[in-house]
Write a protein that binds this ligand. Sequence first.
Ligand SMILES: Nc1ncnc2c1ncn2[C@@H]1O[C@H](COP(=O)(O)OP(=O)(O)OP(=O)(O)O)[C@@H](O)[C@H]1O
Ligand SMILES: [Mg+2]
Length: 185
Amino acid sequence: MLQDLSQYVLDISENSLKAGASRVEIELCVDEQKDLVSLTVTDNGPGMDEELLSMVVDPFCTTRRERKVGLGIPFLKQAAETCEGFLRIDSGKGEGTKVNVLLRKSHIDCPPMGDVASTVVALMVGWPDRSFVFRYAVDGKTLDLSTDQLLEILEDRNLLVLPEVAVWLRKYLSEQIEKLHMGRK
Ligand SMILES: Nc1ncnc2c1ncn2[C@@H]1O[C@H](COP(=O)(O)OP(=O)(O)OP(=O)(O)O)[C@@H](O)[C@H]1O
Ligand SMILES: [Mg+2]
């Protein structure tokens, strides 16, 4: 079982990337008032038909065994439902995919956020030819970062894979995320 939400973000985003999406949007929202955490990953990939969709959500619902299916999404679904929330996937063949998860933040079993900054950097650096749009929101205050924005600064896609860039980006993101959480106090 994965331990924190950032690991699920990586798992779900990698599904989008491996499926061939050229653009992945990741949104993490914390609402202290409503006591909710939400995660949405939207891609412009090939989408899934009904059969594949049901397998991805519940790999045990089929007798077919030849197709390898991971447990990331089923575990996240279970975690969400345990925490008074849900996991929903909107997808259709040729229509892209949207995975939406909601959890009650104060629930004892709600997974911690984890190292979201490292996850986002791993995605942007690990898949430099794709476009990412990342948003992190705490009580309406937001941090936005996209590959397009980064390329405006770097002016060269090849620079995305430089270790210095990864270190700088990770530091920037973790500081900004921390600020969002501190700002509400
Ligand atoms: N966002 C997506 N768009 C299109 N197809 C998807 C998407 N997410 C999952 N799938 C399909 O569902 C299959 C199963 O996904 P799942 O995450 O369960 O396993 P996997 O990604 O193949 O393996 P693992 O996660 O263990 O590396 C994928 O191989 C892919 O065919
Ligand atoms: Mg997967």
